[in-house]
Write a protein of this length. Structure first.
Length: 95
């Protein structure tokens, strides 16, 4: 079972951005979520480790990879993620 160590608050925020806006670069995530780039990188590593997102090539700029939500894995863990959101003090968003 996932814990707040597996998915910290920043990872949940990044997860929400990916769910709402589709594939994004780390730079875009940082700007839209108002998080420092280093925090976004840490959150993305946590999400990849849990198989909740994956890195895909950006065909417009290969230097800036995109990250995409794994919807199947997200649906599989939805209840656990919602519980973690409550523990982190984040409001559940209907996206």
């Amino acid at each position: 079972m996932l814990t707040t160590n597996d998915l910290p608050r920043s990872a949940l925020i990044v997860l929400d951005r990916l769910k709402a806006e589709g594939p994004l670069s780390p730079k875009e995530i940082a700007a839209r979520a108002c998080l420092p780039p280093r925090t976004v990188s840490f959150a993305l590593r946590k999400l990849i480790r849990q198989r909740l997102c994956c890195k895909i090539p950006n065909l417009r700029d290969m230097r800036q990879p995109l990250y995409q939500l794994d919807y199947d894995r997200f649906q599989e863990l939805r209840q656990v993620i919602d519980r973690l959101r409550i523990q982190a003090g984040l409001h559940s968003r209907a996206i």
